[in-house]
Ligand binder design. Structure first.
Ligand code: SAH
Length: 402
């Protein structure tokens, strides 16, 4: 097979500019013509993208929607099993450089979409199991090749690959993906992060089962936890709660509206602490807004707010900012003097500046004296492709509230 057998999609004049700067998306409006049903080009096919003068810019996965092509390479390449094996080896080499596969740490993101030059693909590793998530039809069709390349990565220790894309693929593509193991099967569900252990439920949990993107921020929380009364809002698997207990918190209260999340948190506390140490922890299956409204001022001197993405798309930004302002206001209003607030937004549609403004407004509304101690972001295994700044999504502030 040669790349010349891939169909060519041509750009309108002047539309090659962003691609010449390696931005990995081709919007449908940039094409001279969106391929129709009789074109023989199907969603998920590999296509060559050409400038208006016919010059081939690169190759990518075709998709019906506002993003028409996700670029895989800025060269006239062949996208075969060697291509994926080489991209995955590069991704793993970076994680080795980052020192993320250690005896006391085996949970990390191996592939972060555009950040690893594999747009549409997410791979999280939990010990011997990799969880693969496709966000584009092209990656869905490549899933078997990718899964086999993952288990063949030298020294990565991946034996099982679970495919989980039932909720991440475009519904209209009618791909009917089944969540299932492509290689291997169920092994251990326990992953280790910075020496702490967590049950990871990739079968029923959110996303790939665990939020590895908070690893560094949890470690920072551990350092500030000694002797503090901690409230962990939106706890999900209890990541922040476990680190806080490990850091010597006087007490930790975890809140999530999902009863399943609360029982996962409880299970993870039991996994790491004996009954006596674990007795410092309590969990509540409650709505966060209600909990914050009802709690007494001064009860906590460290609060973590790590809500789900309030804005899943641009249209939801205004309401989302109001939501961030509201929960942060309650935290400012009620946190004990000398308290620390760890506050986050994982909404990609909301910028660092917008989030900071929402938190600023909440602080001003509360009238407290507030200083920024740390400005947090996603960890290095969620790299941001410099040509695709949209890849930066996690924002956090650690605030000292007097
Ligand atoms: N902090 C977590 C990740 C949070 S994910 C971690 O470190 O892993 C977001 C969580 O918020 C989910 O578990 C979801 O059940 C919970 N959630 C969503 N809406 C909520 C609400 N209104 N009140 C409380 N919890 C909520």
């Amino acid at each position: 097979m040669t790349s010349t057998s891939y169909p060519i999609l041509r750009l309108r004049r002047g539309k090659e500019e962003s691609l010449d700067r390696f931005h990995p998306w081709v919007f449908s409006g940039a094409l001279t013509e969106m391929p129709g049903e009789d074109s023989g080009i199907e969603e998920g096919d590999i296509v060559r993208v050409a400038a208006s003068d016919g010059r081939i810019i690169g190759v990518g996965h075709f998709q019906i929607g506002s993003i028409a092509v996700r670029m895989l390479d800025f060269a006239d390449s062949i996208v075969d099993s060697d291509f994926f094996a080489s991209r995955l080896a590069q991704a793993y080499a970076l994680r080795r450089t980052l020192g993320l596969r250690r005896p006391d740490n085996n949970a990390f993101r191996l592939v972060h979409g555009e950040g690893d030059f594999l747009p549409g693909l997410i791979v999280d590793v939990y010990g011997p199991t990799a969880v693969l998530q496709a966000h584009s039809p092209g990656m869905h069709f490549a899933r078997d090749i990718i899964a086999h390349a993952l288990v063949e990565l030298p020294d990565a220790g991946i034996r099982n690959v679970y495919y989980k894309s039932e909720t991440t693929l475009p519904y209209k593509a009618h791909l009917d993906p089944q969540n299932d193991y492509i290689v291997g099967g169920f092994d251990t569900d326990i992953a280790t992060e910075n020496g702490l252990r967590f049950h990871v439920d990739w079968l029923r949990g959110q996303k790939t089962g665990f939020f590895v993107d908070q690893r560094d921020n949890r470690e920072l929380l551990r350092r500030y936890s000694a002797g503090r009364r901690v409230l962990n809002m939106f706890c999900y698997t209890g990541g922040f709660s476990v680190y806080s207990l490990a850091g010597g918190a006087e007490s930790v209260h975890s809140v999530d509206s999902s009863a399943k999340a609360v029982s996962l948190t409880d299970a993870n506390v039991s996994l790491n602490f004996d009954a006596e140490a674990g007795a410092r922890h309590r969990s509540y299956a409650e709505d966060a807004f209600k909990f914050l409204d009802n709690m007494e001022a001064g009860t906590y001197d460290l609060i973590v707010l790590d809500p789900p993405a309030f804005a899943k798309h641009r249209g939801a930004i205004r309401n989302a900012l109001r939501g961030y302002q509201r929960i942060n206001f309650r935290a400012f209003e009620k946190i004990a003097p000398g308290g620390l607030l760890f506050t986050f937004s994982c909404s990609q549609a909301i910028s660092k500046e917008q989030f900071r403004l929402a938190v600023f407004s909440a602080a001003a509304q509360s009238g407290r004296r507030v200083r920024i101690l740390h400005q947090l972001t996603q960890p290095a295994d969620h790299p941001v492709n410099i040509y695709h700044p949209e890849g930066e999504y996690l924002k956090g502030l650690v605030l000292y509230v007097e």
